[in-house]
Ligand binder design. Sequence first.
Ligand code: ADP
Ligand code: MG
Length: 240
Amino acid sequence: MVVLSNVNKHFGALHVLQDIDLSIARGEVVVVIGPSGSGKSTLCRTINRLETIDSGTITVDGKELPSEGRELARLRADVGMVFQSFNLFAHKTVLQNVMLGQLKVRKTDQAAAHAKAQALLDRVGVGSQAEKYPAQLSGGQQQRVAIARALAMDPKVMLFDEPTSALDPEMINEVLEVMQQLAREGMTMVVVTHEMGFARSAANRVVFMADGKIVEEATPEQFFSNPRSDRAKDFLSKIL
Ligand code: ADP
Ligand code: MG
């Protein structure tokens, strides 16, 4: 579903992604972990062209995303993205937030977009909040709205970049449960997270990044019980 081949990216002198090769199968859940600054967010952002790359190729469902133009918005919508900071539109209601992309990008009609938005909000457990504004919701509720908004585009893959890092502890599980459910339903997912419980229970594969490189790829069982690289051992000793 997602194939990165020999992807390189620099920020000035910083070689932030170095020869990245990564293939994610349909329905696979890949958890990306690694120290701060290792390039995890940049990796996510390149997959939907929020960042350009210097060399290599990235395809989603066999199609290479153009770097700009009209086609980009449509193809980018195939890649749902959920950020640490929710990024909901503050001056639109929860319902409008989930309708907007459907109307603008997918050209869905008003009634269908409304029905789908409400159904998705129900599914992530915030259906009763539809007429409120984002600031009137808790962080956990806002993040679930952000997930519903991404799902409204019928994405082929969902990227989650530390979706629970900005949440109070008691709200983390309500977001992880929605993500667990999506994983069980067969969504293709790339999840950057420090939630090792989620990685153990939901991931098919763990990708460990350090200094812009993929250092190690393993099943969660292998990775957590027997990491091969010193970098991974060192990282795990600090977070577990
Ligand atoms: P992670 O998500 O693993 O913490 P990031 O992908 O956010 O890492 O960042 C990787 C490196 O790239 C860091 O050193 C960061 O400072 C740098 N970086 C990220 N975005 C930019 C940018 N827009 N311009 C310059 N440097 C950046
Ligand atoms: Mg990051």
